[in-house]
Design a protein around this ligand. Structure first.
Ligand code: FEO
Length: 596
């Protein structure tokens, strides 16, 4: 096979191998690629597996057309590529081995030879001139071993990529590249995403038109897609939408739950549901799918006060490959002391950026009404976005969407002439830049609304993430009509005479009202900026941050009723009146939720 006028394929196909690397099933065999570059000097790129010594040497001899090779470039020392170094060197006594220093140390360990008098040690950026072709070497540690080099030929714009971009499968079998390349990638180099990213960065600086890997086909036309997938896989991104369910089942009850979940997911519009029986299906395929999809359901039984062994092995494969950036849900089965969900979650605890589903399904031996209901809730949770995307299943009146608007938090200061006042607002927005116009909305029930409407001035202090809850209690949960919110504090004043906060605030704006708009529950003040000062570079507190980190959890234990989502005020009673207004933060009934 001709790669270019000067570069020939001299590799072999292996249909006898049962398990590649002693563990991966390869129903379509395996290719061990090797290439010959013919120029003023000749260079052979890697050897092949030990079972193919003579076939490979024959291929080489034929391609050499009577010439002798000058160099054997050893990019990778794993025996599927290095097994014939000794045979080659014996056959061609004038040839020189070109490899990294680490590769020569491995050569000594594997084959008892490091060719001290017939070798050329190369490293990052070193070159080897063959004539028209000049080879440049780049280190690619841990893609897949530490000694690996890749080689760039600038004449024909070819990257010899060692194991990178390889796949399972012999070259005389037609099959999709991505499917077996993905299984190969996550099985063999999945752990080393950062190192693959480093190699991709080096490759991006080169003009590459052809990639010659050590396994799988030579890549040309599909190179853009191949590079896109490698970038995605090595950065642990989600490739395909859908849910993967990996399970084990002893007597079929966990399997039944998995099948029901799969049906429910499909019915709710999940674009793809992949179900894998970890005790029977190919483990490498299961690992590949876990990294392919963004949502993973793990279903297994409690076994010897642990979990069923194939599930344990599967999770171990995931964690050692830096499983991350995904949503994980659990289904556990147990007849007397179920603890599989806890065990599985514990095994995944060190993984980065995993979201665990709120609904965990517990099966006590076999599905019953309660666990079936939980299964439905889990399907609903996993398909929330799929349901919302479809016209027929979407809730088009979900005002929860309003809570997803991003806000900051501010102390608005004013003065009624007798007393300084301050309140908490989140509705502050710059609405024009020429001139700079700021819109501030204030609930009409707040005393500050009355004051600002009369005086036409206010200060907006931007709160920082270190502001304590006591500050919110002071400015937000009492009225300035009858409370001096600045009592006992040293007051700093801006040019308009109003207070500003010197602590827990990274900037303030002194505003003068230009226009007032009645917008229902609130009044909107459109204001010009009269003074603006930056006080620190600390991060501004967002409404989301406040809820997650500052606001204490409301005391609802043993109480029946409703809790204010804004400030945590608890309303005790069977029914919340529709026109109820929170006495603390002045938010309406829509911002209350039932105590669970
Ligand atoms: Fe194809 Fe890492 O050997």
């Amino acid at each position: 096979m001709e790669i270019s006028k000067d570069i020939l394929y001299v590799g072999v196909n292996d249909h006898r191998v049962d398990l590649f690397e002693g563990q991966y099933a390869v129903p379509n065999g395996m290719a061990y690629n090797s290439y010959l570059i013919r120029d003023g000097k000749t260079a052979v790129m890697d050897t092949v597996d030990k079972s193919f010594t003579h076939e490979w040497l024959d291929n080489l001899e034929k391609a050499l057309e009577g010439r002798k090779p000058d160099y054997l470039v050893v990019q990778h020392m794993e025996p599927d590529h290095s097994a014939n170094i000794v045979a080659f060197m014996r056959n061609y006594p004038d040839a020189v081995v070109v490899a990294s220093a680490k590769a020569f140390a491995m050569m000594e360990h594997f084959y008892g030879k490091d060719y001290a008098d017939r070798r050329l040690v190369v490293g990052e950026g070193d070159t080897l001139a063959l004539g028209r072709h000049t080879l440049t070497f780049y280190t690619a540690p841990m893609v897949h071993w530490p000694e690996v080099l890749v080689t760039y030929d600038s004449a024909d714009k070819v990257l010899f990529s060692a194991d990178a971009f390889g796949k399972f499968g012999a070259l005389d079998v037609e099959e999709d590249w991505a499917c077996e390349a993905r299984r190969y990638y996550f099985g063999i180099v999945g752990k080393y995403g950062a190192q693959v990213q480093a190699l991709l960065k080096k490759a991006s600086a080169l003009d590459i038109q052809t990639v010659c890997p050590l396994h799988g086909p030579v890549l040309r036309e599909t190179l853009g897609e191949v590079l896109r997938l490698y970038d995605l896989w090595s950065s642990y991104g989600v490739e395909s939408e859908g849910v993967m369910i990996a399970y084990t089942s002893v007597y079929g009850n966990t399997k039944k739950a998995v099948e029901q979940l799969a049906d429910k997911l499909k019915a709710k519009g999940c674009p793809k549901v992949v179900v894998t029986d970890l005790a029977r299906d190919d483990m490498a395929e299961a690992v590949e799918d876990a990294f392919r999809y963004g949502r993973l359901v793990l279903a297994t039984t409690t076994y010897n006060a642990d979990i069923f062994p194939p599930m344990k092995e599967f999770i171990h494969h995931l964690t050692e490959r830096n499983f991350q950036n995904r949503t994980v849900a659990f289904i556990e089965n147990g007849s007397w002391a179920p603890l599989a969900a806890k065990t599985m979650k514990g095994m995944l605890e060190g993984c980065k950026n995993l979201t665990f589903a709120e609904n965990t399904v517990r099966i006590l031996s076999a599905l019953n009404a309660e666990s079936s209901e939980k299964l439905e809730a889990l399907a609903e949770e996993l398909c929330m976005d799929y349901l919302a995307r479809q016209d027929s299943t979407a809730n088009k009146n979900d005002l929860g969407a309003l809570n997803n608007i991003g806000y900051g938090l501010y102390v608005l200061t004013s003065s009624d002439g007798k007393r300084d006042n301050g309140m908490i607002v989140n509705t502050v927005s710059q609405v024009a830049s020429s001139p700079n116009l700021i819109a501030v909305c204030i609930n009409k029930q707040n005393y500050s609304h009355h004051v600002v409407k009369q005086t036409g001035i206010m200060n907006i202090c931007c709160l920082t993430v270190d502001a304590p809850f006591s500050l919110f209690r002071n400015f937000g949960f009492q009225s300035g009509r009858n409370t001096d919110k600045f009592a006992g504090t040293e007051i700093l004043r801006s040019d308009n005479g109003l207070p500003f906060l010197g602590q827990y605030s990274n900037a303030f704006l002194s505003l003068q009202v230009e226009q007032y708009v009645d917008v229902g529950s609130h009044g909107m003040f459109l204001c010009r900026v009269r003074e603006a000062r930056v006080l620190s570079d600390r991060e501004t507190m967002s409404y989301t941050y406040y809820h997650a980190n500052v606001k204490p959890k409301p005391e609802t234990k043993g109480k029946k009723g409703y809790v204010c989502k804004i400030c945590g005020y608890v309303y005790e009673g069977e029914e919340l009146p529709e026109d109820f207004v929170c006495p603390l933060c002045k938010h309406g009934a829509a911002d209350f939720e039932p105590i669970k």
